[in-house]
Design a protein around this ligand. Sequence first.
Ligand SMILES: [Zn+2]
Length: 448
Amino acid sequence: MKLRIAPLTAGLLSTGLLASGLFATFSGHAQVPTGAGTIAARPVVLKAAHLFDGRSGRMVEPGMVLVQGERIVAAGTSVPAPDGARVIDLGDATLLPGFIDAHTHIADDHDDDWAAGIYNGMMRFPAEQAFHAQRNAKVTLDAGFTTIRVLGAGDFIDVALRNAINSGYATGPRMIVAGHAIGSTGGHCDSAPYPVTRVVPSTPMEGVCNGAEQCREATRLQMKYGADVIKICASGGVLSESDPVDVPQLTPDELKAIISEAHNWGRKVAAHAHGDTAARLAIEAGVDSIEHGSFLKPETLQLMKQKGVYLVPTRTTLLWTESKLAGYPPKIAGKAHAAYTSHEQMLRNAIRIGTPIALGTDAAVFPHGLNGREFGDYVDVGMAPAAALMTSSIGAAKLLGVDKEVGTLEAGKYADVVAVPGNVLTDIRATERPVFVMKNGQVVRGAE
Ligand SMILES: [Zn+2]
């Protein structure tokens, strides 16, 4: 009986959620959340010594933001202070647009013990894992990340959590989610090669497909059940058991089927790709971003610039795995080290060439909530601090297709605001220590 009722319920819910396409994430926010307190009708004036608006690339002093309801009314060195406004003075701090992370795995837990992490993950029911995902989302929001893209999750936990956050039943960032990542049998997006008598092999529903038509089906399935974006595994990966790290894993026909189907629905496609050949095939097929990019050649980075394809470096993850090699199985440690060895020069080349870069971390490989390290990790390889901040603000907002709603401190945008101590341009690592976080006009950290 339950099975008969479930599809009807899902159909009714999806009508409203999917009607607005990619902006389903935001349509939910237009309503007053029912479970997370009420949005104050009283205007709020935020004050701090500095303000970085995320678009101009410049710092202004002092910084002020006027918030009414869930939106920014004005931002700059001075704003009107309406009668009865609540003034929050953050002192010697920098006001910034809420951070955006274009690559997380919010439904997955980090575990310092690789084997224990796999064992525990396999033992949990999806409903139990969803509670873990909620905890991860809260930690990420407290770290100043008010918008995230989730590039792969099991059991549609990301879809469920996004909906719960939009409805006010859970606390976390705005979420743009992929459902299951899509890739070929044995590839990085497939499960480990467990004996089939113990673990049932994945199907297009879980994102594993072979041949253009099956990959089209896998894409349609993710979108049917609520994906805002499609994630593919174009090349091999580090944390997977079967495959070499840099080989292509989808054919041009498979790539075209997935990407055309996603684009038909107004969804973007993010390609996990360490290897250069795999990335090039994905770029030629029309992908919107290359994730990781460890072995990309300068010519490929140049091609990305020409085509407006973003690089999402996940630098923090490369540094994390390199520092923990002894904790991984030897095969995985070898792949992690090879990727790390190539990644720094690749990123320096991308900065020099001017390849568009959107900040993304691959959080879950390292503990959720440390996402802010990515800013300083870009500066460490030669990016200017202002440019590093803009990979998250206007950069990631554009890649995610949400730049009309979030990403900068400007009138009309959702009031997603972070404050970090001191002058962020002279101390980029201050992004790891936010003192104040506002999402959607509601204070979620500090000053309450
Ligand atoms: Zn990832």
